[in-house]
Structures are given as C-alpha cells and as structure tokens.
Design a protein around this ligand. Structure first.
Ligand code: FAD
Ligand code: NAI
Length: 524
C-alpha cells in the first residue's frame, strides 16, 4: 500500500510539475517583457526576408549590439519541409508558421518588423527601397531606408523556364498560398467529377493529377496525395477514389538525383505499389487549362488530359536579386544567384573588410556591407533549409565578433588618448596593461572563422507511412527507408520546428488526422 501511495504521489507531482512547467514556459513566450529602444550610436542591420536564413539569423543575433530592421512581404516564418502535408490537409496552415514578431519581441533590443517587399538595393548609397504590396495600405507605401549592414536573404522563386501555361494553369508548391490553392483545386476536381452526367473521358481527365518535377518537393507531394486518397477519399468518395491517378513527370533519368541509388530504387518501387506512375526522361513542354503537353524519351509529343498540374520543377533567382546583380556586372557574373566571398574591390567603408576573404557570406563587388545567405546565393552548397539556417546562425556569430571588435577599437582609441596624459605611475601601469590586453584581443579577433557547413543528412517522405534518409555516419553514409525511417522523419521535423507552439500544433494535427481523418470540405 505504501508503495502504491508513493507511486501515486510521485505521478501526481510529476504531472503537476510538468503541466506547471509547460504553462510557465508558454506564458513567458506569450508575454515578452520590455526591450531596449533603438540606439543612435549602434549600427543598423537591415535583414531582407523572413525565411530559413533570415529567421535563423534573427534567432541567434545579439540585438544589444545593433539596431535591427526586418523587411519581408510575409510577416512569418514558413516551415517549408511540411508544406506538402498542408496541401492535403494533414496539417493546418497555421501549425507550420511562426510569426516573425514572436521571435523579434523576445530579443534584447527592439527589432523593427516591416511587412513589405524590397524593390531595390543601392549598394553604393547603402539603401533599400521597399513597398507595401498588401491589400490595405497607409498613406505611405514605398520608402527608402539606409543600412550599415544588409543581410540579403530573399530566397528564390519558382522556375518556370518560360514554359507556356505554367504560370497561368499550374499550382506551385513554394508558399503557403500555393498549398492552399492546390488543396482547393484538388477538391474541386473531385467535386466536379462527382457532378452528375460526366462522361468517362471527362472523369478520367478530372481525376488525373500531374506532378511535374521528381525532386524532393514533387516526390513528397505525390506521396502525400496518395495518402489522402488511401486514408480518406476512399471513405468519402468511394465511387471516385479508385479512379484517381497520380503521375509524376521528371525530365532526368531518375527521381531524387540527390539521394543514393538504393533509395531512388526504393522510392520508385514504393510508388509502383502505390500506383503513382513515374515518367522519367519526360519533359513538360506546355501546360494547358485541361492538359499537359509532354515530350517523351523518344522525343515524341503527347497531350495528356488532366484535372490538376502541380509544378515542382525547381527554383530561380528573384527579380530584385537579378537587379542587384546587374548593378555589379564585373564581380557578379553567376546567373544562378549572388556570388559571395571573392575579391572585395574597395575595402574601405566598414571594419569587416579588414578581415580575410574566405567564406563569410559577403556579396562580391560590394564594400563588404552586404551579406547574402540561402537560396539567393550561388555557392557550392545545395539550396536547402539546412544550409540557409546554418548560414544565418553563422552570420549572427560574425556580427557578434564585429561588434566586439568595434568596441575594442573604440576602447583602444580611448586608452591611447589618455595614456600620455596620466601622471600617476600606478594608474599609467593599469592603462598600459589594459591597452596590451585590448591589442591582444584585437589580434585574436582579426580573423573571422570561415563558414563550415555541417550536413545533417537528407530526409524525404514518400507516402504510405514511409520515408527515406541518407544520413552521414562516421566518414560514410547510411541509407535507410521504410516505416522506421518515417518515424524518424516525423521526430526529426518535430524537433526542428521553430517553437514549442509549432511542435504542439503539428503533433496535435497528426493525432487529429489519425483519429478523425483529413477534412474534405472545400474552402471555395
Ligand atoms: P526562404 O526560406 O524562401 O525565405 C525567403 C524570404 O524572403 C521569405 O520570407 C520571403 O517572403 C522573403 N522575400 C521574398 N521576396 C522578398 C523581397 N523582395 N524583399 C524582402 N523579402 C523577400 N530544405 C531542406 O533542407 N529540407 C527540406 O525538407 C526541405 N523541404 C522543402 C519543401 C518544400 C515544399 C520547399 C518549397 C522547399 C523545401 N526545402 C527544404 C528547401 C528550403 O525551404 C529552402 O532551401 C529554404 O527555404 C531557403 O531559405 P532562404 O532563407 O534562402 O529562403
Ligand atoms: P529540384 O530542383 O530539386 O527538382 C526539380 C526537378 O524538376 C528536377 O529534377 C528537374 O529535372 C525537374 N524538371 C525541371 N523542369 C522540368 C520539366 N519541364 N519537365 C519535367 N521535369 C522537369 O526542386 P525541388 O524538389 O523543389 O527542391 C528544391 C530544393 O529544395 C532542393 O535543393 C531540394 O534538395 C530542397 N528540398 C529538400 C527536401 C528534402 O530534403 N526533403 C524537400 C523539398 C525540397
């Protein structure tokens, strides 16, 4: 009996403690305290973007050292790896967003968050011009802001290769609105197919979903569509679900070229079992309102009727990035994006230019005051969230180091100015010793550690509760796929989500879908 009493008491204390702790943490998050105001003496860092790179920088940046301004057309961070899950209703949209203000309000110094799109950057005048493109605008909707340092992290946009009809008739899978649009269109295809009197030919068309691009986005989305079909639509549209076809079109000889061969084979065989048709060496040439035009491996052209086309064929630089690159034609010659860390032509304007020139995210052709990270850059790294977030965290350390260096330089000047005026022997000794210590610290800080990417592995969900993973192990690689990898995929993404709030919402959505299934109502 004693044992049971102790066990009961321990359980009670643990539960009450856990709930209390959880409540305390969440309330602390909800009610951030006062922040230091902007300081005219500090330098201004303008951050363009609120994606992986920018958000990671904001999370790690010590704002005590700088005045920080964030400019982005989205006032939130989007956890892109789970976007395909939103497109089929496994997750609700809000679960994978983190408002930028939830991050900046917890910083030591006030961070200004501006919902606007950067239209141009002047690297000589060191200004950014931005516009509020939202539906409702105030009296001022375009303005220009000066910066001391600019962190350029605007990501990339969908690559259409100028293929006719893509912009007009295909859904993308890049932004939150894309996932919402795809969900609406998919359900519309089903409801239109359920409309009485459709011919067999029209039914086949409406129920044919084409995903273009066999990269991880296209593969994950196809897997998610398949799950929706199997787990839910079979129950609610029994007469139609069996007729839905998913086709994945890829121009290269295989899907997922970045994964190891055995995982490519595993994905292809899983898709075969799931009745997802993969067309490799096949290129989409045009997207029409009711069909896609394909070029087969033998170069023949066919027009395939379909209800929906999802375009996941990769990314390209944004217009604002192309305009910025065009201003520096000598240094910026890479068409893939911003080149960083080459020769700095006039290293005169800011302290950072006195650092060595390898891998510090500085935009080539500028005085070192523009840093570029993530998908907008042209580096040897893949355009992934992993890279962008590591670069953001790295840059935060660089800013810390620059601030420390600046403070030491100022202190050195102060000490040097006073040392000769001091008459007292003891006092002079103290100042000289501090001067020596400052100089020592400055020497230590004179070199910035270059960015080093640490690859944590590649993961992708392929549907049917299966995932694939290429994980670095010792000096090699472990390739694994299946249900256990799916559980690992879920736990990895759950722990990578931005906040406790996101984790709770996503876990809750997964549980909700397990119990009640996905919602099939169409938000018109
Ligand atoms: P983004 O995260 O795209 O952020 C760019 C930011 O800039 C956005 O906030 C945008 O609103 C803002 N912006 C745009 N234009 C302007 C402007 N003119 N002025 C100011 N701000 C602007 N990578 C992985 O490593 N693992 C994954 O599992 C994975 N899954 C993915 C799934 C999907 C569906 C997609 C689309 C991508 C996925 N990626 C994944 C890739 C990853 O999302 C990108 O590599 C990453 O987002 C790049 O970060 P970024 O900061 O450079 O750009
Ligand atoms: P991607 O560039 O990786 O793949 C696009 C694919 O579309 C390419 O294989 C290309 O050959 C194909 N394609 C292009 N034009 C075509 C056409 N006209 N017809 C047929 N096929 C065509 O793009 P994706 O998948 O959006 O990924 C972008 C980046 O995000 C990558 O770096 C990727 O690694 C990363 N990512 C990573 C994920 C993960 O790790 N789970 C998930 C999603 C994206």
């Amino acid at each position: 009996r004693n044992f049971l009493q102790i066990l009961g008491l321990t359980t009670l204390v643990t539960v009450v403690g856990g709930v209390g702790g959880f409540y305390y943490v969440t309330q602390k998050e909800r009610h951030p305290g006062p922040q230091l105001p902007f300081d005219k003496e500090k330098k201004t860092v303008v951050v363009l973007g609120s994606g992986w790179g920018a958000t990671s920088l904001l999370k790690h940046l010590d704002t005590e050292d700088y005045n920080v301004v964030v400019i982005s057309p989205k006032n939130y961070f989007l956890f892109t790896p789970l976007l395909p899950s939103v497109a089929v209703g496994t997750l609700s949209t809000r679960s994978i967003l983190q408002p930028t203000r939830y991050i900046t309000r917890h910083k030591t110094r006030t961070v200004s968050v501006i919902e606007a799109e950067a239209k141009s950057v002047d690297p000589v005048a060191k200004t950014v011009t931005f516009t509020d493109n939202s539906e409702i605008q105030g009296e001022v909707s375009t303005t220009t802001l000066p910066y001391d340092y600019l962190v350029y992290a605007v990501g990339a946009e969908v690559q259409t290769f100028g293929i006719p009809g893509v912009r007009e008739h295909a859904c993308f899978m890049k932004e939150l609105a894309d996932a919402e649009r795809m969900q609406r269109q998919f359900m519309d295809c089903l409801e239109s197919a359920a409309f009485p009197g459709q011919s067999q030919q029209e039914l086949d068309r409406l129920l044919h979903m084409v995903v273009v691009g066999g990269g991880p986005t296209g593969v994950e989305l196809s897997g998610e569509l398949h799950d929706f079909l199997e787990d839910d639509l079979k129950s609610w549209y029994p007469e139609l679900a069996g007729k839905v076809r998913i086709t994945l079109v890829e121009a290269l000889p295989s899907v997922l070229p970045m994964f190891s061969k055995q995982l490519i084979d595993y994905t292809e065989s899983t898709f075969k079992e799931s009745k997802i048709e993969i067309l490799t060496k096949t290129m989409v040439k045009e997207v029409k309102p009711k069909s896609v035009v394909l070029q087969n491996p033998d170069k023949s052209i066919v027009e395939v009727p379909c209800g929906m086309v999802v375009w996941a064929a990769g990314n390209t630089g944004r217009q604002v990035t192309r305009d910025l690159i065009a201003q520096l034609p000598t240094a910026q010659t890479n068409r893939r994006g911003i080149a960083v860390d080459g020769e700095i032509p006039s290293p005169v304007f800011c302290d950072v230019s006195s650092y060595s020139l390898v891998d510090h995210m500085r935009m080539d052709g500028t005085d070192g005051s523009i840093f570029a990270i993530g998908d907008c850059t042209a580096t040897s790294y893949a355009p992934t969230a992993q890279v962008a977030s590591q670069q953001g965290a790295y840059l935060a350390r660089i800013f810390k180091q620059m601030a420390r260096k600046e403070a030491l330089v100022a202190r050195k000047a102060e000490l040097s100015a006073t040392v000769n005026q001091i008459t007292g022997e003891e006092e002079k000794k103290t100042v000289v010793s501090e001067l020596a210590s400052v100089e020592k610290q400055l020497t230590k800080l004179s070199k910035l550690r270059p960015f080093q990417y640490s690859h944590q592995g590649s993961l992708a969900y392929i549907g049917s509760d299966k995932a694939i993973a290429d994980l670095p192990f010792m000096n090699g690689n472990v390739a694994t796929g299946g249900v256990a990898t799916f559980l690992f995929w879920r736990s990895a993404y759950l722990s990578t989500l931005f906040s406790l709030r996101n984790r709770v919402l996503v876990a809750n959505d997964w549980l909700k879908v397990k119990i009640f299934g996905r919602d099939v109502s169409r938000d018109a």
